[in-house]
Design a protein around this ligand. Structure first.
Ligand SMILES: Cc1cc2nc3c(=O)[nH]c(=O)nc-3n(C[C@H](O)[C@H](O)[C@H](O)COP(=O)(O)OP(=O)(O)OC[C@H]3O[C@@H](n4cnc5c(N)ncnc54)[C@H](O)[C@@H]3O)c2cc1C
Length: 466
């Protein structure tokens, strides 16, 4: 029996979509290059079908049918990934997990919440917020992404500097492996039971199995929130102030430093020419926040920053999830993207200077800028933005890839890690050895071929081309 017939017979025909609108709507994620291909009228393939599971048994059946037929299975959350983690191949089966979206349990005593992996991130946060708790993971795409997608890409939220990234918040993960078996990784608050197998799924990008359920360790909602802002004479001074704050153990969930170019946009009327802007959001128990605001202000002033209106940070909080569409930018002939990396404190200044210089040297570049948004005791991330405008539209794709290469190569050459939170997908896969080393890539290939010997799980993603 053909794969389509097997899927319909096993899961029910209502869960196997082949209509043109459904196939078209899930061909790819939010990767700029896919949007560019579409905009320029290049052929972007559609899958054989979309499968919409409602429970683990449906996922097991789909995995088994695809494996036995040797057909690629591409797992799709809500398609908000920005690295090309989802591109349908013509004969592939696209597993749309957003149909598997129940709240499984919210347990206020152990402060745990379990969801089907296809549950919308914003809806998951709203479900626990009703009970006075928070997951604490606020990616800008919170309403556009699934909790399973967060795990599959190791997503980071805007409040991560205290609440942690996805891997710090996940308690347990349920997944269907490529052989059709169901696993549960993570059983108790902490384990010394061999390697932590949750990390097989964290960042696996659909290549090692299908995540079907996620349990998060929750927090109480904050009692008080206070914003403050500072002007920094330059990025390096602002970075140093953040190092002082985090290494003196103040727990500021949001610390964002925008360089001069990006401050003009972020600070609006409060922008000061030639200055960077540091935004801080403090939250937690009221007495701790009250103490922290003053102590952190003193550190910032001591480090050479000047107080700026809190309205700058409040404005960011209010509008922080607004994003222009690719179509608006493409229609102006612009090639645009953001690239997030991280580096230890001793290297981040060089990464910033050299990556911005490298971006500006790419032909047709209009802007290369950066901000930091996730802070650690040992270092910090940077989030580069580039805008280019080739006169000839046939040069748009090569300008885009040259800009990416410029930032990733400058980062790696200066001791940074090439991917902070958007994952690898297709856009970074041939740079993976810069982080893992050739031996690390070989280990990952060995894991992949042991778990998925038929190579059906999201081929073409994560691992470098052979
Ligand atoms: C406007 C915008 C803002 C963003 N802001 C942030 C941000 O602040 N922080 C951040 O970290 N990211 C951000 N992202 C990126 C993106 O939202 C995250 O990567 C998110 O985790 C993807 O979730 P998704 O459900 O949409 O996954 P998809 O895009 O559907 O899939 C992403 C990858 O994960 C795999 N996958 C998805 N679900 C599963 C599953 N159940 N099992 C196995 N594999 C799976 C897919 O095969 C693919 O490789 C942003 C994206 C956009 C468009």
């Amino acid at each position: 029996m053909a794969v389509l017939d097997q899927l319909s017979a096993s899961l029910g025909a209502d869960k196997v979509l082949t209509d043109e609108a459904s196939l078209q709507s899930r061909r790819h994620d939010y990767w700029f290059l896919s949007a560019l291909n579409e905009f320029q009228g290049r052929n972007v393939p559609t899958p054989l079908c979309i499968v919409r599971p409602i429970n683990v048994d449906d996922v097991v059946a789909a995995v088994n049918i695809c494996r036995e037929a040797g057909v690629a299975l591409i797992t799709f959350g809500l398609g908000s990934g920005v690295c090309g983690g989802v591109i349908a191949a013509p004969e592939s089966v696209l597993l749309d997990m957003s149909s598997m979206d129940s709240v499984r349990d919210i347990d206020p005593i152990n402060m745990l919440a379990s969801f089907d992996a296809g549950h919308n991130g914003g809806a998951a946060e709203a479900a626990v917020a009703k009970k006075g708790m928070t997951i604490g993971n606020f990616p800008q795409s919170i309403d556009l992404s699934t909790v399973g997608g967060w795990v599959a890409t190791r997503a980071s939220g805007q409040f991560s500097s205290v609440y942690g990234n996805t891997e710090d918040i996940v308690y347990s993960i349920e997944a269907v492996m490529p052989d059709g078996s169901v696993v549960n990784f993570g059983k108790a608050p902490r384990a010394s039971a061999g390697p932590d197998l949750r990390h097989l799924m964290l960042g696996s990008e659909g290549t090692l199995g299908v995540i079907t359920g996620v349990t998060f360790s929750l927090r109480r909602q904050a009692e008080k929130r206070v914003s403050q802002s500072f002007y920094a004479p330059d990025m390096i001074t602002g970075l140093e102030a953040q190092r002082q704050i985090v290494q003196q153990d103040w727990a500021v969930p949001v610390m964002r430093l925008y360089d001069e170019v990006e401050s003009a946009r972020q600070a609006g009327d409060h922008h000061r020419d030639g200055y960077s802007v540091l935004m801080l959001v403090h939250e937690g128990p009221a007495s701790r926040v009250d103490l922290e605001v003053g102590e952190v202000r003193a550190i910032a002033l001591e480090a050479g920053l000047e107080e700026a209106p809190a309205a700058i940070t409040e404005g960011w909080l209010e509008h922080r999830n607004h994003v222009p569409s690719w179509e608006d930018l493409l229609s102006k002939g612009l090639v645009v993207d953001t690239i997030e990396i991280s580096a230890p404190w001793t290297r981040i200044g060089d990464v910033y200077n050299e990556a911005v210089a490298a971006l500006k040297s790419v032909p047709h570049n209009l802007f290369g800028s950066a901000h930091s948004s996730h802070v650690y005791r040992s270092g910090i991330n940077l989030y580069f933005t580039f805008v280019a405008q080739p006169a000839d539209e046939t040069e748009m794709a090569q300008t885009y890839l040259a800009s990416w290469n410029a930032v990733l190569e400058a980062t790696a050459a200066n001791g940074g890690g090439i991917a902070h939170h958007h994952g690898i997908g297709r856009v970074r896969k041939n740079h993976l050895a810069a982080d893992l080393g050739d031996t690390g890539v070989a280990v990952l290939r060995a894991v992949k071929s042991a778990l998925d010997p038929e190579g059906i799980m999201n081929p073409g993603v994560l691992l470098p081309d052979a």
